[in-house]
Design a protein around this ligand. Structure first.
Ligand code: 13P
Ligand code: SF4
Length: 382
């Protein structure tokens, strides 16, 4: 995680209204040179100023489409800003308003660990392995995957990407025949997607980078179709099967809708499983009066509840499931970032070096080219 130096005291002394008015003024001055992107998990006070909102996939596409903008201020987390830098022109500047807005999941797969694991596993399995990385990973990991003939995926298109990576291998194909996948860094998205495709849990192993050979034997690796990296989202791991059971005891007919970063046990007990985009579309299209318990980041759940007041939308958990790193981006940091641009200074630029950029672009482009053929964003239960 990068470290953000504290802002000057003047920013903390400003009222929210002063910050808002200032941001509006800076936006006006920068005009079309500036685009602000906001992830759906971002807090409302920041989303208010986003020109576009979206999930990880949509924001990657939006970043690539902003060919006129000189500055893309990314109100998300570090890996998203890196993806935006990779997908935009080199002259365009991508800015993350608070450098400490990282992602604990992305931090669970360090490039050194990934290279070491790849070397050890391919020594045993030979060239039959395709690396797939969730976009929630560092640019260095994406570049490694691009160089190793793999691809990125998001929660919206993980199934289409896995189908591509398996190149025809099905649940019926014996493990030693056809392609296998190493899935980084979220074991849950990997497991939930592969299971929904019909692959049994026995075809998957978890690779723990802190243990020799991931804590696995050579035979376990040979018998596996999917090698799932031992990583997870610290927000979605807060949902558990007991919460689903508690919802089921309520008199109202709640349907449980969760993100595939939740554990397999939670997904299996839920009614619907799908990406952030799928969750939004499901609530949007739901009938008035319907009841929904949603297992994803709390800012999105609250916004959906406010937006669709005629549906009953609540979080699956009673505790706050908050992405604390994304939450670091606030009005003060947005104000400071835009004020600096208006004064001719660029702060917090996220810039990926040329070599990493080239290969991570390969992995991202493979993903984006697979998008039209993508299966529905839902990782439906089997
Ligand atoms: P999506 O935006 O792909 O749904 O991923 C959720 C998430 O955890 C973003 O970090
Ligand atoms: Fe990372 Fe989870 Fe936050 Fe997404 S919600 S940025 S995966 S910690």
């Amino acid at each position: 995680m990068l470290y953000q130096l504290p802002l000057a005291p003047k920013y903390s002394q400003m009222t929210p209204d002063e910050l808002r008015a200032g941001i509006l003024g800076f936006k006006e001055r920068l005009g079309r040179r500036l685009v602000i992107l906001g992830h759906h998990y971002q807090q409302d006070e920041v989303i208010e100023f986003a020109d576009f909102t979206g999930d990880s996939l949509r924001l990657s596409q939006l970043a690539a489409e902003q060919t006129d903008a000189d500055f893309i201020v990314f109100c998300g987390v570090h890996f998203m800003a890196e993806s935006a830098d990779i997908l935009t022109d080199e002259r365009q500047v991508v800015i993350l308003p608070d450098l400490s807005a990282g992602c604990s999941m992305a931090d669970m797969a360090h490039i050194d660990q990934v290279e070491e694991a790849w070397e050890a596993i391919t020594r045993i399995l030979g060239p039959s392995l395709t690396p797939i990385t969730y976009v929630n990973s560092s640019a260095a990991v994406k570049a490694f995957v691009g160089r190793s003939e793999g691809a990125c995926c998001t929660s919206s298109n993980a199934r289409a990407v896995l189908e591509w990576a398996l190149d025809g291998a099905t649940p019926e194909t014996p493990a030693g025949v056809g392609r296998r996948v190493i899935f980084l860094p979220d074991q849950h998205l990997g497991r939930n997607t592969a299971y929904a495709m019909g692959f049994p849990l026995e075809s998957m192993v978890v690779y723990d980078p802190r243990q020799p050979l991931g804590g696995l034997s050579e035979d376990q690796l040979r018998a596996a179709r999917f090698i799932l990296w031992k990583g997870h989202c610290s927000v979605h791991q807060l949902f558990n099967p007991a919460q689903v059971a508690a919802i089921r005891t309520l008199p109202e007919p709640y349907r449980v809708l969760v993100h595939p970063e939740c554990s397999w046990e939670v997904c299996q007990k839920s009614d619907l499983v799908g990406s952030t985009d799928f969750i939004i579309r499901t609530i949007r299209d739901a009938p008035s009066g319907s009841y929904w318990a949603v297992g994803t980041e709390v800012h999105l759940v609250r916004r959906l509840a406010q937006q669709y007041r005629d549906r009953h939308v609540r979080s699956l958990a009673t505790i706050q499931c908050l992405c604390t790193t994304m939450y670091r981006i606030d009005l003060k940091h947005l104000y400071w970032t835009l004020e600096s641009l208006c004064e001719g200074r660029t702060v917090n630029r996220i810039q990926v070096d040329a070599e990493t950029r080239r290969w991570s672009r390969v992995a991202l482009d493979r993903m984006l080219s697979l998008r039209p053929a993508a299966s529905p964003a839902a990782v439906a239960r089997r």
